[in-house]
Design a protein around this ligand. Structure first.
Ligand code: NCD
Length: 309
């Protein structure tokens, strides 16, 4: 297989296992490229990409920008806070204005679930979902699985626990789909109030006790408590959350094996992870960030191959 089965990357839900293997194989190549003295290839010299960020982002935005630059694409950046969206412009109008400047690919982060799917029905440019509300964040899940594969040799047969605020997390849903496609076993752990009602339908397990969950797993992917998406209280206090679901070095040292710690960032240090865990050898958090650039290069490169030039 040399082509993706999809024409946009809206979510992992639309991908098959071969798509993911192709993205990983392509990312292997780009990872080698970005470690060369000249970290750049001319592949997308004729492609223009617009990064549309309707919601705050640091690493995802920088990672996409860097990936595009390493592929030699022309890029334009748009962030909602500084745009006409604040003057009441609709999403389709904003995007059509940008497309009339001859843009080939749109990378979009949006606070509303399904924003990318909606847009894909109205425009011809390719769309990469860089996170839509609490729905999907496909490139994050790809880089997470890629980092597990790099660290443990494969994803197949591995036991992964996703800890924390699953309810508000697009990282969790995309991870569940990707890990299952690649043959991992997945459990969720966190306060029951932060578990979505539909989890039983997703074919994943649930463990309320953090110690038991960590004893079971090979990898713990720890999520941020998404305060900005909470309009009610989901747990009594941060202190209690940390006591029950925060990971500290003492807890890790008391397990009978060394597990791998992941986090998509940004970390609330001292809440979901203590600093000595976040900065420990067991944590692959910065490898995840490095792999993010190679994965995003792969996704954009593969989608660009489908554009008639
Ligand atoms: C995540 C996101 O924005 O969904 N971060 C990221 O993309 N690196 C997770 C988060 O914000 O907690």
């Amino acid at each position: 297989m040399t082509q993706l089965s999809v024409t946009n990357l809206l979510g992992i839900k639309h991908l098959n296992k071969d798509d993911i293997q192709l993205i990983f194989k392509t990312a292997d190549h780009f990872k080698e490229v970005i470690n060369r003295p000249i970290k750049k290839v001319p592949s997308l010299r004729d492609i223009t990409i617009a990064n549309l960020f309707f919601e705050n982002s640091t690493r995802t935005k920088l990672s996409f920008e860097l990936a595009e630059k390493r592929l030699s694409a022309d890029i334009i950046n748009f962030s909602a806070a500084k745009s006409s969206v604040k003057k009441g412009e609709s999403l389709i109008d904003t995007v059509n204005n940008i497309l009339s400047m001859k843009v080939d690919i749109i990378v979009m982060r949006h606070p509303n679930e399904g924003a990318g799917d909606f847009l894909s029905k109205h425009i011809s440019a390719k769309i990469v979902n860089a996170g839509d509300g609490a729905h999907e964040h496909p490139t994050q899940a790809l880089l997470d699985s890629y980092s597990i594969r790099e660290k443990l040799g494969s994803v197949k047969g591995k036991k992964i626990v996703i800890v924390g605020d699953i309810l508000h997390s697009r990282v969790a849903l995309s991870n569940i789909y990707a890990l299952q496609l690649l043959g991992a076993e997945v459990k969720l752990c966190g306060p029951t109030t932060l578990m979505p009602k539909y989890i039983t339908k997703l074919g994943v397990g649930y463990e309320n006790n953090l110690r038991k969950a960590l004893e079971w797993c090979d990898v713990a992917n720890v999520l941020r408590v998404q305060h900005e998406r909470m309009d009610i209280k989901y747990f009594p206090s941060i202190r209690e959350y940390t006591q029950l679901f925060g990971i500290n070095k003492e807890l890790l040292n008391s397990l009978n094996k060394e597990i791998v710690i992941m986090h998509p960032g940004p970390i609330n240090r001292g809440v979901e992870l203590t600093s000595d865990v976040a900065d420990s050898k067991q944590a692959i958090i910065l490898n995840q960030v490095e792999n993010g650039v190679a994965i995003r290069m792969a996704v954009i490169y593969l989608l660009a191959q489908q554009i008639k030039r």
